[in-house]
Design a protein around this ligand. Sequence first.
Ligand code: F6P
Length: 341
Amino acid sequence: MQVGVLTGGGDCPGLNAVIRAVSRRSFARGHEVVGVREGWRGLVDGLFEPLGPREVSGLLPRGGTILGTSRTNPYRVEGGVDAVLEHFRGAGLDALVAIGGEDTLGVGARLYGEHEFPVVGVPKTIDNDLSATDYTFGFDTAVSICTEAVDRLHTTAESHNRVMVLEVMGRHTGWIAVMSGIAGGADVILIPEHPVSIEDACREIRHRHDRGKTFSIVVVSEGYELDGLEDAGETDEFGHVRLSERGIGARLAQEIEQRTGFETRVTVLGHVQRGGSPTPRDRVLATRYGLKAADLAHARSFGRMAALHGDSIVDVSLEEATSELKMVPDDWYEVARAFFG
Ligand code: F6P
């Protein structure tokens, strides 16, 4: 068999570990592995590179993706889908392992549904917002980075009697904010799924200061809505606005300072959350997902995605995984809320 592998959407730590695992298991079966460059763009434009044992050596701890990535959507490129099918056939590929989030895997699900395209998926995103899996790889690393930031902000906040606002990624969901906020002991956590008003957030901060505390830490997810915040007009090929442009952290800090009178500063972590080496947990998860995806490709179980249920790696339909986003449930937010104020 010739197995193609692509990485699409925002990069995240662990992509290379998946490429390594897919390749190693496929080599062991006598299959060949071909890297598709830059996500779906590689199939639209025919950008391939053979992957052999040498190419996939040393990848386990390496961040980013050796294949490159893009947010290209073949359904938004004229003749894009035909080009994907043609280049796939032309390269002699029998199966494709697509490693991506809702957008990349959404394209895979659609191609499978409409053309029986032989694709299997691996759930990637620091946002952890894919359905049908308990966790995506990359999330644990992002949470570790954000938690370290919360820890570091504590000491400087305390020295200066300040409120510190930390803006973290997550686009439509607040998984990173909630998990790093709980782990770091944030005093208020603001996420899109469970809107707490700015006045209620300030009440929590005042309450904390009334109890004798002289500083507070607020973690806000980039997708949190605040009146008067404008989206930048530009969208990507999947219709997403660039949330970092809205500056939610800065606006929130301004509001908090005005309403409470406490000196407030903002830190925006940005792409630091996606960079660098994966945590051990993400390396292991990415490796298990990669092996499962190679097994699915070998068995020609297409239209499926590797997923984590409890401690087990299972497979689920790509359609189920991409039909809706996985939001932070009430009980998780309640854990966070127990420590507000
Ligand atoms: O989906 C992953 C993610 O990092 C989001 O959390 C964030 O909103 C977005 O990608 C940023 O995208 P870009 O890398 O295109 O700025």
